[in-house]
Design a protein around this ligand. Structure first.
Ligand code: NAG
Length: 412
């Protein structure tokens, strides 16, 4: 089922403008919001049947967009009756993705950039709803922009009206993410299905997903920190430009990391915007040094390495001698096994062993000369601690535990 959210559309659908122009949006704006001049009546991203030449008006290759939100309770962030913004990520149509696409546009001081270009309203909204778990909002925004925002083809500076100030495409990005988020009130949608935060109740994944699907018209992907609901991804394709195109809501192509039952939806403690003591920035991935394939091919035998150590035969993270993984398939989809057995992600945890009867499908993403291990299109993995000596840490999908891990596939 498709439904169309009109986001930032300043012109009736179908109107094509001869050239980019600048259109006012409201009396409060000191500056004018940029218009792309793109039509929104063509194919949605990932749905074209011919090669699209004008990538200023057609998002590619990252045409599968995820609006990701957090439900942070430990420490709690943001209003107690709202989920908060994580980002807007451009996945490729097959679920693989690019990151950090243009370091020359890794802007700093996003807050001033927004203020200077007339987006103070967007900034104040972000200060409430786009908040970092440790209170480092500025770093979090910079990270979301540099990691994901720089990968949008429709936000290339050359796509902007001539004379646009430096960073105008980042301002457009933050404005669009905020506008889109406002159309996705996850908290209210759960509440309309009778689901509100509770310290005692548990839900099945199908109950939560159905409640959201009946309110939104599409199925989101829910992810958990252990058994607690922690994040959601709403999926879209895009017609036109990220600046002012139409977002076409679609069903999540993959499940998130939540278990099928026993899911908690804990209340936010109400302690406000973080203040935790850890300094780990969520989703900040480590750069892996060392040999690795630079393109294309998937090795058939590999070690899976992290910044420290790597994976043992049971799928745990350790600094001990690394296991050999046997990979079969291609970078866009493969299964893995070790001497212990097949590997799967089950209940959000990576496991290899004889108890695994169905191997999960993983993918590999090229990044900075490395081939990164991904599950459900995401290369985010976490653990509770960095291992040392003979300790072994459980590896979780997603970003819900405290230590971020980037897993590289290194041919043996
Ligand atoms: C859709 O357009 C993109 C961008 O030009 C192109 O890479 C892709 O091959 C096209 N898909 C089809 C089916 O033509």
């Amino acid at each position: 089922m498709l439904s169309i959210f009109m986001v930032g559309a300043l012109l009736p659908v179908g109107v094509t403008l001869a050239s980019p122009l600048v259109t006012p949006v409201g009396p409060m704006d000191l500056f004018k919001r940029i218009s792309s001049g793109c039509s929104t009546s063509g194919s949605a991203s990932c749905h074209n049947t011919t090669v699209q030449k004008d990538l200023c008006c057609f998002e590619a290759p990252g045409g599968l967009l995820l609006q990701t939100q957090f439900w942070d309770t430990d420490p709690s962030t943001g209003p107690s009756d709202s989920w908060t913004i994580h980002g807007l990520w451009p996945d490729n149509c097959d679920g693989t993705y690019e990151e950090n696409c243009d370091p020359s546009r890794d802007y700093t001081d996003i807050a001033s950039l927004l203020e200077d270009q007339g987006a103070s309203d967007t900034l104040s909204y972000m200060q409430q709803y786009w908040v970092d778990i440790n209170g480092k909002n500025e770093q979090f925004w910079e990270h979301e922009w540099s990691t994901h925002g720089t990968c949008y083809s429709t936000l290339e500076p050359s796509c902007l009206p001539s004379g646009s100030p430096k960073g105008a495409e980042a301002v457009a990005f933050f404005e669009t993410v905020v506008k889109l988020f406002k159309t996705l009130p996850t908290y209210d949608w759960l509440k309309s299905g009778g689901i509100t935060p509770s310290s005692s109740k548990t839900y099945s994944l199908s109950t939560l997903t159905s409640a959201l699907e009946s309110a939104a018209g599409v199925k989101p992907a829910l992810s958990c920190d252990g058994s607690s609901l922690n994040s959601i991804s709403w999926y879209f394709n895009l017609k036109g430009s990220l600046i002012d195109g139409n977002f076409v809501a679609i069903d999540a192509p993959e499940d998130g990391s939540c278990p099928s039952s026993g899911i908690k939806y804990p209340p936010k403690s109400g302690s406000g915007s973080g203040g935790g003591t850890t300094t780990v920035i969520r989703q900040l991935t480590y750069t892996i040094k060392g040999p690795g394939p630079t393109s294309g091919g998937l090795p058939s035998k590999a070690h899976i390495t992290a910044s420290t150590g790597g994976l043992l035969s049971a799928g745990t993270w350790s600094t001990q001698t690394l296991a050999t993984y046997t990979l079969s398939g291609s970078t866009s989809g493969f299964t893995m096994s070790t001497s212990k057995g097949k590997c799967a992600v089950s209940g959000g945890t990576l496991t290899c062993g004889s108890s695994v009867s169905f191997a999960s499908t993983f993918s590999a993403v090229s990044s900075g000369g490395n081939l990164l291990l991904a599950y459900g299109g995401s290369t985010a993995w976490t653990a509770d601690a960095t291992p040392s000596g003979t300790t072994q840490e459980t590896v979780y999908t997603g970003s819900s535990h405290s230590e971020d891990i980037t897993l590289s596939i290194v041919s043996t």
